[in-house]
Design a protein around this ligand. Sequence first.
Ligand SMILES: Cc1cc2nc3c(=O)[nH]c(=O)nc-3n(C[C@H](O)[C@H](O)[C@H](O)COP(=O)(O)OP(=O)(O)OC[C@H]3O[C@@H](n4cnc5c(N)ncnc54)[C@H](O)[C@@H]3O)c2cc1C
Length: 517
Amino acid sequence: MTTVSERPAELVARVVERLHEVLRPDQILTGRTDRLNRARVPAPFPVHRWAERLPDLAVLPETTEEVAAVVRIANELRMPVVPRDGGTGLTDGAVPLRGGIVVDVKRMNQVHELDLDNRTVTVGTGISMLKLNEQLAAHGLIYPDDPASYPCSLVGGRIGTSGWSLIGSRYGHTRDLVLSFDVVLPTGDVVHVGDGAGGKISKSSSGYQLKHLFMGHQGTLGIATRATLKLYPKPEAELSPFWAFDDYDDAYRFTGALARAGVATFSGAVLFDEWKVAYLRRDDEAYIPQPADVRALTCAVLYGWEDEVRAGGKRLFRIAREHGARYLGDEISEGDWAARHDRYATPLHGRTRTGQVVPMSWHCEDAAVNYTRLPAVMRAWHGIVADLRRRTDVFDDWGMFAYTSADTGVDYLTEIDVGIWEQRLDDDAWAMWVAAKRDIAAAALAHGGSISACHGSCREGEVDLVPSELGGGYEVMLGIKRLLDPNNIMNPGKYLLDLAYEPDATDRLADLRGLLP
Ligand SMILES: Cc1cc2nc3c(=O)[nH]c(=O)nc-3n(C[C@H](O)[C@H](O)[C@H](O)COP(=O)(O)OP(=O)(O)OC[C@H]3O[C@@H](n4cnc5c(N)ncnc54)[C@H](O)[C@@H]3O)c2cc1C
């Protein structure tokens, strides 16, 4: 396998020379700082090996045709291509594992067409939901894809990860909200995926559902350049009640009852466990002070017209009374829900076992699990992190939370946040962490869940279990990768898709499937 350091300088020079035929000089970045900036993701573990993941160069295309021209050159000269949007992905999807060309689509951030009658918007995939909604507000419309990374993740990255929205219980997630898009394939050909000739159809049964194939592949099948999105009326009212419990099980039962109530304006609920509340109280400076007996929290949110939100809210408050939930008041409720987009900016420190405060970075492991399995998965995951913590001070348990994935409460995204003392991370601690990640993923699978709830699962550890989760479907995935990317240039190394090109893939797959307890 060619690594960055092994790639001949003459090949890089040749690629740069060819790129000058299709791009302006200011669109081709070869400086070390530009390359370092585009290798950075929120948790670039293992930090001590970061330098191994530098791209050879980055490009800033402005049109689909430019992206296609870059990919065609890369395919011809066998240079890896890594699509990058906001760089906020939490599973290292945009990390150039084999170097190559980072295609940074941030300059493709225009609104190309706003269709007020059909309520769609067509955008360049380099636009963020925040910037888009600033423009849509003038028309009383909203694009309701709302991750906690709302201001800084971009539409193309949402497509690349098949992102999950905090208010998806009402509006759906990225896969529901993106109607169609243009994709530059690994060969440089361009296809449009989505239904109908106009690209604005949401109902169709013509052919295979290719839109979904080209979503959530972490940039391994192509680069989305232009997308048509579904719009909704901008909600007139928001209600975000915040309730406290002195016991996780009560909060859990209440959260399930909210999700199952069938309130149309219900847009989502979040359940914080005891560990998370303790961590927020202890180390998060943005934490809103609450009584010491609070051990678990449930936060719900409703969006819609004033009169329907008021009626829906009344019903939720009635359910709260039946479940002994303690309402924490308007000030806390509005403050905390509003803070969902910047909450993660604060935790940059954690604690050693003796309570000493040390700098730590945030790492999350998540999975989708059915409602009935949440308590068991929570206990299993805390057990795994507790075991790590017994062995070393490098890790700290920052608690778990769970969000509704759908309006019926059928499954939840649940996430455990782990603080990692990066300066102390060496090869031994890294190996310990990778094994723990594998155990965390295995626990989710053992409970019938999916190890990639919203971020994907490309990282060392959990990626090993993807073939087990997908079963025979994983072999179909290998076949598709081989077909669309004959030279393995598109984001190589992700999702173990190198197996598509290896003659002994069957043995290796058997080994991987043996990892499951
Ligand atoms: C504070 C914080 C909170 C977060 N909260 C959420 C959340 O609530 N819900 C959620 O879903 N995620 C969340 N995330 C994770 C992250 O924001 C999402 O995964 C997001 O979808 C990534 O978008 P991006 O533009 O940053 O993509 P990038 O990180 O640039 O890329 C992500 C992946 O998509 C590929 N890709 C990028 N652009 C394209 C393209 N144009 N075409 C094809 N593939 C492409 C990349 O190669 C990579 O594999 C959070 C992250 C942070 C830092």
